[in-house]
Write a protein that binds this ligand. Structure first.
Ligand code: 3HC
Ligand code: NAI
Length: 681
């Protein structure tokens, strides 16, 4: 949209929902700028967006299509604006991200609302800024601010950036008048107008900074080419202007065609897709203002914190005063530490805590629109609790269980209203982890599911729908993967070999380090509970049980698979563990042999792929991409590898199927081989 405000031309970007810089928008902006240039009555220009977005950057859906190459390319448009003989001011509201921020950086002035969120999130897509961001930002805001923004990808508010050198002015409201004023002011001052490119950086300082930062990259960052490319691009900012831009573009294009960026872009869209329920389930969610949480342990307290943060009223119910006090203490300590760290205002924390109603009185439940049970993982205990919930909750309240593995139907049947029951499986720490599995029981009503999904969004989670099967999506796949890793111990690998191979692939932690962290007794208890129903012909690895029998329950007891001196994990497993493992191999009649890192990675990934295919065939997962979202968000699977399904789709199919059969033979009786066509066709 183009309109005149006195002598200033205001160009309003209008490409819903987020003003991504599609070919059409780029063409319209270029035409509007040209119109303003040619109109002798115009003395300056303002580029403005809408409340939600100035612009969220390049249109990611165009990547790899001819549209992306349609002229003007983003870089050309920015050069055009920068060279405009009349001053151009960007007025920033909502988000200015990626190419959107780069557009603003090419303008001669920038005015932002305090609440505007400015950032260069390209790293989340496996990219670097590709339209001058790595060149203009360090010139305007300095190397440290620039790298912090480019490396973290996290947006900062106008208010936070007020003194950064990035913005001419930050206003609480009245953005357009402030931008008009700035444009008029620049016009009055006359050419040359401020341009980031006119500033230069000291090459010696740049090189020193870049080499220091190279040393600071974490192992996971080193696995992702975009992190090194960011530093290379920043290093090129010390060159002359055209050379810096050329190098940035070159690196951007290399990354854009890389499998890592493709995987991350796939994850970006898969995450958004996961929140969209298939049409049949698109019922109106029930209103939720008050949530009751039963059980104030690790999970209950974490769930309470995220509900309080979302502005909901929370009734926290425990079985006795002592447990209640402990739970309440967890919540209080969380807010205290946020305030102390300067991450939350004391008034905001106090308001959140004021919405908490701790209680041991079940009649309080009548006030709740939604109840989340987070008591011990024991079917009988949960069933008793649900009988009580049924007796006290108001008609129409949604009733959820946070069970990790138990049958949601067996819990729902304890109530007179199974249609109101579903699973809401949060991940630990519940106030941090974004993933939320929304579990559909046999009788769960459509609007109850819709309420679960909507609550997930209110809590700023990433809700993924799953069917009611053992372990749902995530724990089911994780179990299959962990089992295969245990087989590899018996076959010849040591725990540290398995862990380091999988970390080298990009997993946040290996399975045995994870097991030690969460405590081996959880799995031990579950194994004992399942012992009676286990098929004796199945390959069963008893290493974990033997560790537990020796009191090695993981980090908390100072030893598990690894031993821990002063809390730090020793790198290699000790003689006790190796003895247990060697004996397990002997008992199974296995001659231990070396497994390479590639063998280990492939077998662990195949285990995930196999169960992903089974889950999809069984209808537990509605889409293959949901499985990838769950693994990346909840289990530390490297997002830049896309997830197990994405990974499988990059492999040679015949080799994959052949290896799967080999793995089935290694896994013994009861191993179900999936038909991979459900994932790969
Ligand atoms: N390109 C194409 N589509 C985009 C997009 C983009 N850059 N950003 C968002 N969308 C789409 C989403 O896919 C979604 O579509 P849908 O409704 O069909 O599912 C819709 O816009 C709304 O997005 P969200 O559901 O994510 O809405 P939110 O309000 O939760 O978040 C947002 C808005 C903060 C802008 C978030 O969408 C976001 O972070 N977007 C990505 C921003 C980004 O990464 N920009 C950099 C792009 S790369 C680049 O600019 C290269 C340059 O350096 C050359
Ligand atoms: P926890 O042991 O820390 O807390 C359970 C709480 O429930 C205790 O405070 C206990 O006093 C309370 N409780 C027990 N019976 C009760 C009753 N009848 N009425 C009221 N309160 C009662 O357990 P945690 O780890 O918080 O787990 C809770 C649930 O969340 C389990 O089902 C678990 O499987 C699930 N879960 C746990 C995760 C984890 O990492 N800890 C992750 C995801 C789900």
């Amino acid at each position: 949209m183009y309109e005149l405000h006195g002598t200033i031309a205001v160009i309003t970007l209008n490409n819903p929902p987020v003003n991504s810089l599609s070919a059409a928008l780029r063409q319209h902006i270029a035409a509007a700028v040209r119109q303003a240039e040619l109109d002798p009555a115009v003395t300056g220009l303002v580029l403005i967006g809408h409340t939600k977005a100035f612009s969220a950057g390049a249109d990611v859906t165009e990547f790899g299509t001819p549209l992306q190459l349609a002229e003007p390319m983003l870089g050309q448009l920015l050069a055009h604006i920068e060279a405009c003989p009349k001053p151009v001011v960007a007025a920033l509201s909502g988000v200015a991200l990626g190419g959107g921020l780069e557009l603003a950086l090419a303008c001669h002035g920038r005015v932002a609302l305090e609440t505007a969120r400015l950032g260069l999130p390209e790293i989340n897509l496996g990219l670097i800024p590709g339209a001058g961001g790595t060149q203009r930002l360090p010139r305007l805001a300095g190397l440290s601010t620039a790298l912090a923004m480019i490396q973290s990808g996290a947006p900062q508010t106008g208010k936070q950036l007020a003194e950064s050198g990035l913005l001419d002015q930050v206003v609480a409201e009245d953005l357009l008048p402030a931008a008009l004023q700035r444009a008029a002011e620049l016009a009055r001052l006359g050419a040359p107008f401020p341009q980031a490119r006119e500033r230069s950086l000291d090459p010696v300082l740049v090189q020193k900074f870049v080499s220091e930062q190279q040393d600071k990259l974490t192992p996971r960052q080193r696995l992702q080419s975009a992190y090194t490319a960011q530093l290379e691009a920043l290093s090129a900012a010390a060159s002359d202007w055209p050379e810096g831009l050329r190098r940035e573009r070159e690196l951007f294009l290399q990354l854009q065609s890389s499998s890592q960026s493709q995987a991350l872009r796939y994850q970006f869209f898969a995450e958004r897709e996961a929140g969209k329920l298939p049409v049949v389930w698109q019922a109106e969610p029930r209103a939720v203002h008050t949530v009751a949480i039963i059980g104030a342990g690790t999970m209950g307290a974490g769930i309470a914190i995220c509900a309080l943060n979302a502005g909901l009223r929370v009734i926290l119910l425990e079985q006795d005063d002592a447990a209640l006090q402990r739970g309440q203490q967890r919540v209080t300590e969380h807010y205290q530490s946020r305030v102390q760290a300067g991450k939350m205002k004391a008034t905001v924390a106090a308001a959140a805590e004021a919405r908490l109603v701790p209680s041991t009185d079940w009649t309080q439940l009548v006030q709740a629109d939604l109840v989340i049970e987070a008591v011990f993982e024991d079917l009988a205990v949960k069933q008793e609790v649900f009988k009580k919930i049924d007796a006290h909750a108001r008609p129409g309240a949604v009733l959820a269980t946070n069970t990790s593995y138990l049958d949601v139907d067996a819990i729902a049947h304890m109530t007179q209203r199974p249609a109101d029951v579903l699973g809401l499986h949060f991940f630990s720490p519940a106030n941090v982890m974004k993933l939320l599995e929304v579990v559909r029981g046999t009788h769960t009503a459509a609007d109850v599911l819709a309420t679960g999904m909507a609550l997930g969004k209110t809590l700023k989670k990433l809700p993924v729908l799953t069917g009611n099967a053992f372990g749902f999506i995530g724990n089911r796949i994780y179990n299959a993967y962990r089992k295969q890793c245990e087989f590899m111990l018996e076959d010849g690998a040591w725990p540290e070999e398995v862990d380091s191979a999988l970390q080298a692939f990009g997993l946040a932690m290996g399975p045995f380090a994870v097991a030690d962290l969460s405590g081996l007794d959880i799995a031990w208890r579950m194994r004992k509970a399942q012992a009676a129903s286990r098929d004796p012909r199945e390959r069963y690895v008893a290493i974990l049980d033997q560790l537990c029998e020796q009191g090695r329950l993981g980090r908390k007891t100072g030893a598990g698979y690894y031993s821990y001196s002063a809390g730090r994990q020793v790198k290699t497993t000790d003689a006790v563990v190796r003895d247990i493992i060697t004996q397990a191999s002997t008992q199974r009649g296995i001659t231990r042999h070396t497994l390479t890192a590639t063998d280990i990675q492939r077998r662990a990934l195949l285990a995930m792929v196999n169960d992903a295919a089974l889950l999809l065939a069984e209808g537990v997962a509605s889409r293959a991409s949901d499985i990838d979202v769950v693994l990346a968000q909840g289990y530390g699977f490297p997002r830049w590898e896309g997830g197990p399904v994405f990974w499988a789709r990059q492999q040679d199919r015949a080799a994959l199927e052949q290896d799967l059969h080999t793995m089935a033979a290694q896994s013994g009786h009861g191993f179900k081989v999936a038909d991979l066509s459900v994932l790969l066709d």
